[in-house]
Design a protein around this ligand. Structure first.
Ligand code: NI
Length: 170
């Protein structure tokens, strides 16, 4: 397994729309394993392939307390259940150190392929439902800051650019 570098906002590559996975082969399984390692190493609860500059519809997440139950979503399709929405604080490995309350569907139905290539479905709510919607957004090139006002987003963008400059100068 290998740790992969994570793209950070406002990198334009985070805006690419990911393509469907046609076959879950060894290469895809390797990507899944590398993404799980990268997510755990970064102490994240979710990671989309887009964030590691691979533009295929692959997501890994783990919202469990002991970080031992990774969930793999290949070609995820999500449908909100009901009209209820709730805000929840979100962060993102591509926008470190920034958090915001983002309203999303409280419950969703998910259909996806697992690491073994087999289709599965589940109903999620609360944190898992939020995480699924956040990661699915990444595959569409959407970031949580897109739901904030332009003013807030610009402020975060400036701070991120400053951070990247400091990292370059260091
Ligand atoms: Ni994210």
């Amino acid at each position: 397994m290998a740790k992969l570098p994570i793209l950070e906002f406002p990198d334009p590559r985070l805006r690419k729309r990911a393509a469907a996975v046609e076959t879950v082969d060894d290469e895809v399984r390797q990507l899944v394993d590398d993404m799980i390692e990268t997510m755990y190493d970064a102490s994240g609860i979710g990671l989309a392939a887009t964030q590691v500059d691979i533009h295929r519809r692959v997501v890994v997440m783990d919202v469990s307390d002991n970080k031992s139950s990774p969930l793999v979503l290949i070609n995820p399709e999500i449908t909100p259940i009901g009209d209820e929405r709730e805000p929840m604080q979100e962060g993102c490995l591509s926008i470190p150190e920034f958090y915001a309350d983002i309203p999303r569907a409280l419950k969703v139905h998910l259909e996806a392929l697992g690491r073994d290539g087999r289709p599965y479905e589940l109903e999620a709510e609360g944190l898992l439902a939020h995480c699924i919607q956040h990661e699915h957004d990444h595959l569409e090139g959407i970031l949580f800051v897109d739901y904030l006002s332009a003013l807030k987003r610009d402020r975060i963008q400036k701070k991120m650019q400053k951070r990247h400059k400091q990292m370059q100068d260091a």
